[in-house]
Write a protein that binds this ligand. Structure first.
Ligand code: ADP
Length: 483
């Protein structure tokens, strides 16, 4: 048997919309619960008090009527017989709502006209069995009655059992209606209060959300240049904002120390390592009497030394860019010629790979530093070659997009997952350590590409689909462009 899917989907949607652990949700529910409790208890209190007032006033009236009936019978009996006195008192005091009847010792009953019409057997029965001298409310069929009963005495002699019953159904119905109206108004008030509270809390928490968004989007490059700023926020959040900014200042200070340290260490290590690498290569070249294991060890040592020198070069380049000491010799660069020259060079480095070049007949001249741009393009081609299967071609395309010259490097490799695309240009960020370790990279190449392109006033972006490959796109300002 197949269960319908919609309840689960609706529950998931609800869960996604409402974060049960959020402060907003918990405050709203808490205050709404308090107002429900508060308004309901006030409503119930009013209802209970009102009911009590109505009932006790009816009981009082019935009690007074019982007293007056006794007195009237006593007075009339001085002028006529007791039976006539009872009949007269009933006729005088009974109304449509108030029934009076007296059961005489001989079993006969003197009753008011409303009872004489009949149909009130149940009232008579209940009164006979349950009524007392203290008035009580009874539910009889669909109506409510306040009834009291007691001995009727004339000259200290019991002449019968007196019953007085007052129909209070209309008042009870009115009270019910009033209670219903009161409950409806309370429910509407609770709903309106809850909605108002939800909006108010949402608005009050907005600065907190803004603070977390600002903090999340704060990058290392912004350290020391920008600070968090909340325009209209409660003073507690301004305190938090200040604390954040002080923390950012401390981060900036230690970030600067770290940059200096990296720059100094790279500088100090580069020269001796370059010498070591030189000696290793010359030993390998001249070492005709070396054994095979020795040659292999020296080859590994030499390539690792080269890799480390490259890493130090990259770190120094980034440190120079960070401290604003990276200078660009900007000049007009004809992308059509530049592209074909760099692609030829890349083909020489990678003779076994198909590297295609797609040029355009339109001349595209951008403003850039030729050597730095070469470094960028070689780096992107190098990555495309490294991270795509060797039987798939790499394509370099030159084109124009409005006021921009565009260089695209496309591979047909595994692609880069969407979640990692924004992080790919970060320093030392490598996709999958296991996959990229074998390629021997450092994770600095793309951050250098970004630094260099942005230093030349351009942008670099990535378009990638998993399983289809990646395209890195460099945009540079055209020479005659004002934008
Ligand atoms: P690396 O020295 O590791 O190549 P990069 O900064 O050049 O450092 O690249 C960072 C990471 O991005 C690489 O480790 C690799 O995982 C991923 N990457 C770069 N280019 C591509 C590409 N064309 N296809 C797939 N992954 C890539």
């Amino acid at each position: 048997m197949q269960f319908p899917q919609w309840p689960r989907k609706a529950a998931n949607n609800f869960r996604r919309r409402f974060d049960f652990h959020s402060l907003q949700f918990q405050l709203t529910v808490g205050i709404a619960a308090m107002s429900i409790l508060g308004i309901s208890s006030v409503t119930l209190g009013i209802a209970w008090k009102l009911d009590d007032l109505i009932i006790s006033s009816h009981k009082k009236q019935v009690e007074q009527l019982a007293e007056r009936f006794g007195e009237s019978v006593e007075i009339y009996s001085e002028m006529m017989s007791v039976d006539e006195a009872i009949e007269r008192a009933i006729a005088y005091l009974a109304t449509e709502e108030t029934s009076i009847w007296v059961a005489r010792p001989d079993g006969t009953i003197a009753r008011s006209p409303s009872l004489a019409r009949g149909g009130q057997d149940r009232l008579l029965l209940v009164a006979d069995r349950q009524a007392t001298a203290i008035p009580k409310v009874f539910r009889i069929r669909e109506g409510y009655w306040t009834i009291c009963a007691g001995d009727l005495q004339v000259d200290a002699r019991t002449v019968g059992k007196m019953n007085i019953a007052r129909n209070i159904t209309v008042d009870r119905q009115m009270f019910r209606k009033l209670l219903w109206n009161l409950s409806s108004v309370s429910a509407i008030a609770i709903g309106a209060i809850t909605i108002a509270i939800a909006f108010y809390i949402k608005k009050s928490l907005q600065p907190l959300q803004k603070l977390s968004q600002l903090t999340a989007s704060f990058s290392a490059e912004q350290l020391g240049k920008e600070q968090l700023y909340l325009d209209s926020a409660p003073s507690e959040l301004h305190q938090l904002e200040n604390a954040f900014n002080q923390m950012l200042d401390r981060f900036h200070e230690s970030w600067e120390h770290q940059r200096e340290f990296v720059s100094d260490v790279s500088h100090e290590l580069r020269t001796p390592l370059t010498i070591v690498s030189g000696y290793l290569q010359s030993t390998l070249r001249r070492g005709s009497n070396l054994t095979d294991p020795q040659k292999e060890a020296l080859t590994i040592a030499s390539s690792e030394a080269d890799r480390t020198v490259q890493l130090l070069e990259d770190l120094l380049e980034l440190a120079r860019a960070d401290s604003g000491h990276l200078h660009f010799r900007k000049e007009p660069v004809l992308l059509n010629d530049f592209g074909s020259e760099v692609v030829e060079m890349a083909k020489q480095y990678n003779p076994d790979r198909a590297i295609e070049f797609e040029n355009t007949s339109e001349l595209i001249e951008v403003c850039a530093d030729f050597n730095r741009l070469k470094q960028v393009l070689l780096n992107l081609i190098e990555n495309a070659v490294k991270y795509s299967p060797s039987d798939r071609p790499v394509t370099v395309t030159i084109s124009r997009d409005k006021s921009r010259g565009v260089i695209q490097v496309r591979d047909r490799g595994p692609g880069i997952p969407l979640a990692q695309q924004t992080r790919i240009f970060e320093r030392f960020y490598r996709l999958d350590e296991a996959r990229t370790r074998t390629t021997g990279g450092t994770g600095l190449g793309l951050s250098i590409v970004k630094t260099l392109v942005e230093g030349m006033g351009g942008t670099v972006s990535l378009r990638s689909k998993q399983g289809e490959g990646s395209t890195f796109i460099v945009n540079l300002r055209l020479i005659d462009s004002k934008i």
